[in-house]
Ligand binder design. Sequence first.
Ligand code: NAD
Length: 299
Amino acid sequence: MTKLNIGFIGLGNMGGPMAANLVKAGHTVTVFDLNQSVVSELTSQGAKAGVDAAQCATNADVLISMLPAGKHVKSLYLGNNDNNGLIEVLSKNTLVIDCSTIDAESARVVGNALDEQGIRFVDAPVSGGVAGATAGTLTFIVGGEQTAFEKANTVLADMGKNIFHAGDIGAGQVAKICNNMLLSILMAGTSEAIQMGINNGLDPKVLSDIMTASSGRNWTLELYNPCPDVMETAPASNNYKPGFMVDLMAKDLGLAMEAAQQSNSSTPMGSMAKNLYTMLQHQGAGSDDFSAIFKLFSK
Ligand code: NAD
């Protein structure tokens, strides 16, 4: 496989292990984060430290970013009052892959601005969490034109297992928030059904087995049961240690509600899930796993 010069910006819970897997795959990886300690962690694993984001971008075959939100991605690439954006230093030979989960509109604004300069861009948000990032088994949901997707595919394969082409720039973000909106609804619905069973004298494990083999079957029942002590490996059985945090699910539901409004879509279930997750945040559970929504229903 071709070994590439890869720049990687944003080495947090997800970006750190993703960059480490690119190093393991034999690429030359130059990394940057505002937090120096995560940069040092990566250099101890064989990455090179960039002095700034521009150094990661210059001469990179591929530049990857993994940042918290749309405003960070926009200011990184397009600049702000204090900094020029990377658009000033990127070469036409560099493919830009933004893996952050952000609003589709920000992805389109950045992608189209780069495209006007002849720089290829794809949005490639991920599913699979920190465990998937560490194991190199992430799912990537990519938006962008076909040739950019094909080039991105070769690099994403070193960090993930399933790689989907959802459509044009921004489509990756739309598909990702549709999935997470559905997941939040399934998690809330599964929680209320199990609690109703408990309140009516059922054993939650027996009820979960019955529903898993019946028409209520879904991913949360099968792999991520929200009721403590039903599934040994689920966060619910480990004091709701994440996993995927309530705060991140609430953020994704905020993005889903924006997308619904912009497209005049009717999303009553998503809207309810957004409210339930906001209530959970107000109860101080923002850092718990998102399956902690079960606690809203328990007596
Ligand atoms: P994180 O907060 O752990 O990491 C973000 C990193 O970006 C931090 O290290 C921060 O210092 C750095 N950063 C911010 N602005 C920067 C800048 N201008 N230049 C350089 N570095 C900068 O977040 P995370 O959990 O790694 O999530 C990253 C993205 O992935 C988010 O969009 C999140 O929604 C998404 N995501 C997270 C998970 C998860 O389970 N954590 C799962 C799927 C998707």
